[in-house]
Design a protein around this ligand. Sequence first.
Ligand code: COA
Length: 315
Amino acid sequence: MRIIGTGSALPKKIVTNQMLSEFLDTSDEWITTRTGIKSRHVISDEKIEDLGVEAVTKALEMSGLGVKDIDLFIVSNVVSEQVTPGMSCVVAEKIGLSCPMFDINCACPGFVYALDMAEAYYKAGKVRNVLIACIEEPSRMPSWNDRSTCVLFGDGAGAVVLTEGDNIKGTKLNAQPDTDKLYMTRTLEPTPFVTKAETSIPLQMKGREVFRFAVEACTHGVKSLLDEVGIKKEDVSWFMVHQANKRIIDSIIDFMQVPAERFPINIQERGNSSSASCPILLDECNRKGMFKKGDIIVLSAFGAGLLSGAAVLEW
Ligand code: COA
């Protein structure tokens, strides 16, 4: 497939590190040094699905396609107020889209997983045009009394439209199931029959272990994918890495030994927006005119699961 449209949308509320330090025992210096984040956009009075609508509308406009042309709609979403129907149905109703659709919950690498699925449907001859949207509000997952997690996240939506083409050169997904390093639980409605204890636990994270996993999953995943498709790292124009932490990205750059200029970043002003991070970055770079026809772009993302994935495509 080939990407012919990108779009993104952010909540209007910007929360700076300084604002966080007014109610948390933290500082701009600590957050900037450990994460590279200076501010993030977080949901206030918006509904996350409306940001999803804005992102897909922009992507469709750029692509020149209309809702009637889309054969499959994949939405990546980890949490939202809506439990059922899925976020794909909520967004589709608002834009008048009625093709087959489903939601996936693959945490931060959701965009790469969705690209892999779109390509598989395309290669199976089932679709010509696919719309992917990553619509995420991770700011609603941690406790806002927990300084070690809540400072990391920002919300937003990113979308792409794909059509026929052989521009996706390869994808590689990886799983190392371990639900102890990064997780959140919530209770369901009680019934007369449930006797086990259930609790709602806000996002819990073993930061250092997740950090190590992220660096290793990205460097190994990208290297093995590039080897598989026969592309040298020197020939990659852009490495679009999940924006979780600037220090994670710096470590990846060190291990991979490629110039830092080829790693666009927006983490300073976005924070970690889960699976929306890669398509938001892609859209922002695209709209700045950074990509030329023929550019090789690597996408790599990692997160809860522990899941990771990489994709290589030609622009
Ligand atoms: N402000 C000030 N101090 C903080 C803080 C904050 N926001 N958050 C944690 N601290 C404190 C800790 O309480 C600890 O204090 P102590 O030494 O008195 O116990 C100290 O800072 C060091 O904490 P530690 O967790 O060891 O720091 P770290 O260097 O590992 O950095 C992360 C923490 C979360 C920034 C880092 O581990 C990380 O980025 N991990 C990956 C997270 C990630 O990207 N997750 C999503 C993946 S998709």
